[in-house]
Design a protein around this ligand. Structure first.
Ligand code: HEM
Length: 481
């Protein structure tokens, strides 16, 4: 039996007592369906977890996770929902991360050219080490391109938003942000502008369809007049790859043709050329584009919610730093504590990838703030990150967006922000499953705010929900005078 690693959470006053993990899986077949209905329709995600935390008086409990029958063969999990127990998911000596990216089911390998791509590999698999090292080296060698490529993309983004507002009085942020994210990632990986390849402007639509087909069992169509039992069909059958087969092929061919120097590097490190290319498509389409698709609208939604007073403070900070600098650099961004803080606060309050799964490699002990629990070898552990990063024992007023939360003394709380599949103070490596682009993602968000508040004094937006996060419509942009 292995116990939890020394925790960076405040010590508890005494040794924690062992407790049987509460909760049940119900009757086979019907239990998982009942949980699925509660999760999607009767209660909704947050209430599903919160009501069970109350019922069992525990942030660790047993439950089924969707999709369940007939897609996943075993939907049973142990949920870990506080900031402390959640960290077991990052300890790769105790948990295995094989084929758990989408939870209790694995999409058909046809979506990935027949390969189990990096994000589905466990740290014990040699191909994980090879691919992750390749990605880390690629990102390190691209460092100098990040800021110029992003600035070009952001200039286009704001010009498009302005012209849409001039034409139609409002602008769809999500569509424009998707286009920018796709162009940025494609250029980073291949060195080419996607419009100059055979993809033309079809990249985002192709990737959106490819993503939706893989991820459909984890969401709902959310259509008002569709009865639940009809909507629930998407949780019972896998959607087929052939719908997007020709689109995927075009995407693959565009990357294959343009990323030749990167593919040469992959071959030199022993990775097959086609395997490397399918991995690059997944990295660009799922990891990068998929993540940005959720995160950028979420950032703008929360910044909009801060209103004119927050906008004034951000604009003052950004402009006063930029008055002293010739251009935007990594060092200049470090001098903007409020800008940094609001980015971490967005990642805390709305982690863009909310679910994490793993399997216990052996019998282990997991501690919440109140109790210790034994998890058996082979059991699936599941974390719902929005609750872990809103743990009231770690964050004051956890449900409020507090712009200054991570300023000054608040910086010591950064380690409890887990969006990258690790603590924010950890470093991505071939031995862990942390997002290798962790620093790039934070940079993208900071730079988006810098470009926004160099151009505009304030802005307004209407926000709502779409299947993968927030929808944002910009209703006004007030130019800086
Ligand atoms: C806003 C953007 C992004 C978000 C929110 C995000 C988030 C994440 C998360 C949560 C994971 C862990 C998944 C899991 O195992 O549960 C991950 C893994 C990964 N991400 Fe990111 N990511 C983003 C952008 C990127 C970019 C730009 C790249 C590369 C250019 C990238 C490459 C990867 C790769 C290769 C993995 C798999 C790591 C491994 O298997 O060890 N991500 N990302």
């Amino acid at each position: 039996m292995v116990s939890s690693p020394p925790s960076d959470h405040p010590p508890t006053s005494s040794e924690l007592a062992f407790r049987e993990i509460p909760g049940s899986y119900g009757v086979p077949f019907f239990g998982p369906i009942k949980d699925r209905y509660d999760y999607f329709y009767n209660q909704g995600k947050d209430e599903f977890f919160k009501s069970r935390i109350q019922k069992y008086n525990s942030t660790v409990f047993r439950t089924n996770m969707p999709p369940g029958p007939f897609i996943s063969s075993d939907p049973r999990v142990v949920a870990v929902l506080d900031s402390k127990s959640f960290t077991v998911l990052f300890d790769n000596s105790k948990v295995e991360k094989k084929d758990v990216l989408d939870g209790t089911y694995m999409p058909s390998l046809s979506f990935f050219g027949g390969y189990r791509v990096c994000a589905f590999l466990d740290t014990d698999e040699s191909s994980h080490r090879a691919l992750k090292s390749f990605f880390i080296a690629f990102l390190a060698s691209s460092h100098a391109k990040f800021i110029p490529y992003l600035r070009t993309g952001l200039s286009e983004l704001f010009a498009n938003l302005e012209s849409e507002i001039a034409d139609k009085k409002s602008a769809n942020f999500n569509v424009n942000s998707d286009n920018m994210a796709f162009d940025f990632v494609f250029r980073l990986v291949t060195g080419s502008d996607p419009a100059e390849t055979k993809l033309k402007s079809k990249g985002p639509v192709t990737v959106n369809t490819w993503l939706a087909l893989q991820l459909a069992p984890l969401g709902t169509a959310g259509l008002k007049y569709v009865p639940n039992f009809i909507d629930d069909i998407i949780h019972t059958v896998r959607l087929p790859f052939f719908v997007i087969k020709s689109g995927y092929k075009k995407l693959y061919n565009a990357v294959y043709a343009s990323a030749s120097s990167l593919l040469d590097e992959a071959e030199k490190s022993g990775i097959k050329r086609d395997e490397a290319c399918h991995n690059l498509v997944f990295l660009a389409g799922f990891n990068a584009f998929g993540g940005m698709k959720v995160l950028f609208p979420s950032l703008i939604k929360w910044i909009a919610s801060g209103g004119e007073s927050l906008h004034r403070r951000l604009a003052d900070e950004i402009r006063s730093v930029m008055k002293e600098e010739v251009q935007i650099t990594f060092a200049a961004l470090e001098k903007m504590p409020l800008t940094k803080s609001v980015v971490y606060e967005t990642l805390r309050i709305d982690p863009p990838v909310p679910f994490q799964y793993a399997t216990a490699r052996e019998d282990i002990v997991v501690e919440s703030h109140d109790s210790a629990f034994q998890i058996k070898k082979g059991e699936t552990i599941f974390g719902y990150q929005p609750l872990a990063t809103k743990d009231p024992k770690v964050f004051k007023n956890p449900n409020d967006f507090v712009p200054d939360r991570f300023v000054g003394d608040g910086e010591k709380l950064i380690k409890y922000v887990y969006w990258s599949n690790a603590r924010e103070i950890d470093t991505p490596s071939p031995d862990n499953k942390q997002c290798p682009a962790k620093d790039l993602v934070v940079l993208c968000c900071r730079l988006m705010l810098v470009e926004l508040f160099l151009r505009y004094d304030t802005f307004t937006a209407e926000t709502g929900k779409v299947s993968l996060g927030a929808s944002v419509t910009i209703t006004s942009l007030t130019k800086a005078v």
